[in-house]
Design a protein around this ligand. Structure first.
Ligand code: FE2
Length: 189
């Protein structure tokens, strides 16, 4: 099975946009956090998070089919491919069925909002709380590209309280805050 180094090399080769790269690393971190919490295979779950938007920039009209075809040829596990297909169920027709599928959907849009919230705070992610994320969620002009419906849909799929899920995503991103450049000392520069 390809490992994280292989996946990172793929990401760096396929994705040029720095914001999209960071988004993929952020989703990876959130999904990994859930894997640790649930005793799931963190390496496997991490691959799905890391690669879920692999072809979004290069082949937007076929996203994520092109990526999945390529990943299948390279021997990526079916669970990873299934999760990537199911994170765009409306297009692929593949519905989320596994725990990983649901976690990926739930972390995708919300990670984007949490990331954006960090960037507008002088203290970044250091003292970010679910409460301030909820405020941003309700302000639809903030990070307007983040679909509030998708965020809500993800929370319902997980069956967690909204604030609990937000805290989990914050904790996941906090673990890689330096790499993402979202610590207070990074964003206040
Ligand atoms: Fe995404």
């Amino acid at each position: 099975m390809p490992d994280r180094n292989d996946a990172v090399a793929l990401l760096e080769a396929w994705v040029e946009n720095d914001g999209l790269r960071k988004h993929m690393y952020a989703v990876e971190a959130a999904v990994r956090h859930y894997a640790r919490m649930r005793g799931a295979d963190e390496e496997l779950w991490g691959l799905a998070g890391l690669l879920h938007d692999l072809d979004w920039e290069k082949y937007p009209e076929r996203h994520p089919l092109t990526a999945v075809e390529s990943l299948r040829e390279q021997g990526y596990p079916e669970e990873v491919l299934q999760a990537i297909l199911a994170h765009r169920a409306d297009f692929t027709g593949v519905e989320p069925t596994s725990d990983l599928d649901r976690v990926l959907v739930a972390c995708d849009e919300l990670s984007g909002l949490v990331f954006a919230a960090c960037l507008v705070r002088p203290t970044g992610i250091d003292d970010l709380t679910p409460k301030s994320v909820v405020k941003k969620l309700k302000d639809r002009t903030f990070a307007a590209g983040v679909s509030r419906d998708e965020v809500q849909h993800g929370i319902e799929m997980l069956g967690l309280e909204r604030s609990e899920h937000i805290q989990n995503v914050i904790d996941g991103l906090r673990a890689v805050a330096e790499e993402l450049g979202i610590r207070g000392q990074d964003v206040s520069r």
